[in-house]
Design a protein around this ligand. Structure first.
Ligand SMILES: *Cc1c(COP(=O)(O)O)cnc(C)c1O
Length: 401
């Protein structure tokens, strides 16, 4: 009947496998944490690939908050927000994230992917222009595609090119110009130069949108994100972010902006209008995580996170590894060759270190890597064990050549 279609699907799968690009999913048989138990393995593995920056994913208080919210508010809403899906806890979460980040209001989505997917189309039209960093997250790229505004791109972090695009947009008579950038670029751990970007934005009267998924909760004063880290808070117009990383790791995304912008998004953002309200458990967990992140205890967690980051960097450099420079707890270990990155990750797993190799098309050809991510939950001993395992694995692979 549709045999041609199913043949096509099978051929695509084969092609992905033949190129060595198939992404298997490892099954974990424990909660997320500094160490995890991988299904079929007796020993635990030190986990260096979660976005669990503050270690809150299995924090007992966050778990309890999720359970208590379920008991108080139920399993779910069976409704979108505007029909009968808005409980007090949804508004509480929106108020909490807005207050934390210093914005008038916020709107929550099922995922940051949806926040980015729904952000642009309601706010900008044919008369406007969006200038996007070339390494922006897939969800920003998709969101911009769904919007009728003119699209311009600048090479990642290239401020001369950004200025050129701003000039082009202005010469072209664009009504509103919006610069869209990741706060932290997830494959490199590079932190956007928001000081330069907001200065250019001011000069050309452009708005600035920052996707702070890898920054909210961990970067800058009280973990308020990239703008805080670059000391330009108040100069960013729109922040998008996730509850699925540092802020507990459950799921859910948000947009923080001025009150009117949020109000318009509630009326028009399609992933908000046509998708179920967040489960109360997710709201409860995220509220508890924000509370911890913005507290003095959050400072202790961030101190631990960045101490681990410096410890791993220093140890790995001493062991002779090629790391991308930076300060973020994303630390890419460059192995360049895709096959070598895969072999290295597999050997590390045998040594009790859980990491993932990244190669083309996720990163450019010849720039294959193992992306490690530190957590406040790691002990210094675990960091040292990970460094030793990396060094030993390098020796073993070298000897096997
Ligand atoms: C993880 C991530 C997202 C998606 O977040 P979800 O809440 O998991 O959908 C979007 N943008 C960036 C930059 C991310 O790192």
């Amino acid at each position: 009947m549709s045999s041609r279609f199913y043949e096509y699907v099978a051929a695509e799968i084969e092609a992905i496998e033949a190129q060595g690009l198939w992404k298997p999913e490892r099954i974990i048989s424990s909660p997320q944490g500094a160490t995890v138990t991988l299904a079929g393995r007796a020993a635990t593995s030190i986990n260096l690939c979660a976005n669990n920056y503050l270690g809150l994913a299995s924090d007992q208080r966050v778990i309890d908050a999720a359970v208590n919210a379920t008991r108080r508010w139920g399993a779910g809403l069976a409704s979108v927000r505007f029909i009968c899906g808005t409980q007090e806890i949804h508004r509480e979460l929106e108020a909490s994230i807005a207050a934390y980040l210093g914005f008038e209001d916020a709107i929550i989505f099922a995922a940051a992917f949806d926040a980015n997917g729904g952000l642009f189309e309601p706010l900008l039209g044919e008369a406007d222009a969006i200038i996007s960093d070339s390494l922006n997250h897939a969800s920003i790229i998709d969101g911009i595609r769904l919007c009728k505004a003119k699209r311009l791109r600048f090479a990642t972090g290239n401020m001369e090119e950004l200025e050129q695009r701003l000039r082009e947009a202005r010469d072209d008579g664009a009504r509103t110009v919006l610069i869209a950038t990741d706060g932290v670029f997830s494959m490199d751990g590079a932190i956007a130069d928001l000081a330069a970007i907001t200065t250019l934005a001011k000069r050309y009267e452009a708005l600035v949108m920052v996707d702070d998924c890898h920054a909210t909760g961990l970067l800058g004063t009280k973990g308020r994100g990239t703008a805080a880290y670059r000391e330009v808070e108040g100069r960013v117009d729109i922040i998008t972010g996730t509850f699925g990383k540092a802020l507990g790791g459950a799921m859910g995304g948000f947009i923080a902006a001025r009150r009117d912008v949020v109000a318009l998004l509630r009326q028009r953002a399609r992933p908000y209008l046509f998708s179920n309200a967040l489960a109360p458990s997710v709201c409860g967990a995220s509220l508890a995580a924000i509370e911890i992140a913005r507290s003095d205890e959050g400072d202790i967690l961030r101190d631990r996170l960045f101490a681990n980051t410096r410890r791993f960097r220093a140890g790995m450099e001493k062991a002779g590894f090629d790391l991308l420079p930076g300060e973020h707890p994303i630390i890419p270990v460059m192995l360049h060759d895709a096959a070598r990155a895969q072999a290295f990750a597999a050997a590390l797993l045998e040594a009790g270190i859980f990491v993932t190799g990244f190669s083309f098309p996720v990163v450019p050809k010849g720039l294959a890597r193992i992306r490690t991510q530190m957590s406040a939950a790691h002990s210094p001993q675990q960091i040292d064990r990970a460094i030793e395992a990396f060094a030993l694995t390098a020796k073993q692979l070298e000897a096997a050549r």
